[in-house]
Design a protein around this ligand. Structure first.
Ligand SMILES: *Cc1c(COP(=O)(O)O)cnc(C)c1O
Length: 429
């Protein structure tokens, strides 16, 4: 495959944009080579600036669960844009999207819209601190909650890729209020709650992790975590930026059967436009300005353009919940196909998968947390990534990212992907 124009565009971008990209993982640092510049996309396919067609397994990192340029979403955005894109005043569509989201997700009464997952998680933590009157939070190594200061402590994916899990610019003062536990290890959380008794506002977790590859919580871990938080008066925050409206209508809360205290959203909820949100029961949301004292605001928050994309997307998912089953079946089909090829070629790997999230780790140990995730063989991953790319398959360009399947993928696309792997497998050793 030829990437002549992508190369040239990347050269030029680097002169004006740090590293040539507006979000680090796009730069291909983890896998080497030239980032692909996209010209357009439709359904399951990306078309790059060199005219290559790629089968896409990241779907803009999750939002495009029904495929690129999905007609109902695109049409809603076009119609809305003609009537003005932002007013800084209330609009009816904000209530429409809020009402729909609240009806789909268990255990939430009210929702506040922001512009990104980062903003949602940052605001959720402030709300938790304001509500509990406590300062400290617990996060898990390898979980990513956006790039706000409190969370850039062993933050998974992008941050790990660059080998600086603790970013310069995050002050010691901020870092000291973020305590670090191990995923799937309840004892590590108990040790922290015991040592910091009465000081912890919230535990924030990716209920199914997707930023150290896909990692599923054990039943005893996630149930134990819920019980521990209730016992200690700590709010449990589910960061459902990835899992929300992807694992099912009600996200991970519904799939795992766990009620969180605050839930954050991003990605799918915006249908491909910049939207984040956080939600909780009435008594917690009542702490938020202007109803309560915890300040949070946004010039473009809830703008009609973004809301129209979100509303069209959630309406589709709400009216066609069979999409989630269809996606899970496609993901299983792909995973089984990949397993068969890797087994045939004697490749050592771990396959983690839930719903339409999956990841392949090239290691002989089960991947259950950050420590086991980083044991994957990255040299092998690079060859795998570039091999697949050369055969027209776009996988996440980092071993620490989950694949996100979209429902526009056909079984022919999945077969083509498996065939591509079969073709490159002999060269992987
Ligand atoms: C992507 C992601 C975020 C950050 O969302 P942005 O919109 O990129 O700011 C937060 N949490 C999780 C779990 C994510 O996957």
């Amino acid at each position: 495959m030829i990437y002549k124009r992508s190369s040239a565009l990347f050269e030029e971008a680097q002169q004006y944009i740090p590293g040539g990209v507006n979000s680090p993982v796009r730069a291909f640092k983890a896998v080497g080579g030239t980032p692909i510049f996209v010209k357009e996309a439709k359904g399951a396919y990306l078309y790059d600036e060199d005219g290559n067609r790629l089968i896409d397994y990241i779907a803009s990192w999750g939002p495009l669960i029904l495929g690129h340029a999905h007609e109902p979403v695109i049409n809603a955005v076009i119609e809305k844009a003609k009537k003005g894109t932002s007013f800084g005043m209330p609009t009816e569509i904000e209530t429409q999207l809020a009402k729909l989201a609240v009806s789909m997700v268990p255990n939430i009464d009210k929702i506040r819209f922001v512009n990104s997952g980062t903003e949602a998680c940052m605001s959720a933590i402030r709300l938790a601190r304001g509500y509990t009157g406590k300062d400290k939070i617990i996060k898990f190594a390898g979980c990513y909650h956006g790039h706000s200061d409190s969370f850039l402590i062993q933050a998974g994916s992008g941050a790990v890729t660059f080998g600086s899990p603790n970013s310069p610019g995050v002050t010691q003062g901020t870092a000291k209020d973020t305590l670090l536990a191990e995923y799937n290890d309840l004892e590590s959380v108990k040790a922290l709650t015991t040592a910091n008794k009465g000081e912890i506002a919230a535990v924030i977790i990716e209920p199914v992790a997707g930023n150290m590859g896909c990692i599923i919580p054990s039943d005893s871990f996630i149930k134990g975590l819920r019980e521990l938080c209730t016992q200690e008066g700590i709010l449990l925050i589910f960061d459902e930026v990835m899992t929300g409206f992807r694992l099912g209508k009600g996200g991970a809360q519904e799939v795992l059967g766990i009620d969180a205290d605050i839930v954050t959203f991003g990605k799918v909820i915006g249908g491909g436009l910049p939207v984040g949100a956080f939600a909780a029961r009435n008594e917690i949301m009542a702490y938020l300005a202007p109803e309560g004292p915890v300040y949070q605001a946004g010039t473009l928050s809830g703008n009609p353009l973004a809301m129209s994309a979100g509303l069209a997307m959630l309406t589709q998912l709400n009216e066609h919940p069979e999409v989630f089953q269809s996606l899970a079946e496609k993901t299983e089909y792909l995973a089984k196909g990949i397993e068969k090829v890797l087994d045939t070629h004697g490749v050592v790997y771990q396959m983690n998968r839930l719903g339409s999230m999956m990841s392949v780790h090239f290691t002989d140990e089960p991947v259950v947390d950050f420590k086991t995730s980083v044991k994957g063989n990255n040299d092998f991953f690079k060859k795998y990534f570039h091999g697949m790319l050369n055969h027209g398959v776009y996988l996440p360009p980092s071993a620490f990212e989950s694949y996100f399947l979209n429902d526009a993928l056909s079984y022919e696309d999945l077969d083509a992907t498996i065939l591509a792997l079969d073709t490159i497998a002999p060269t992987l050793k």
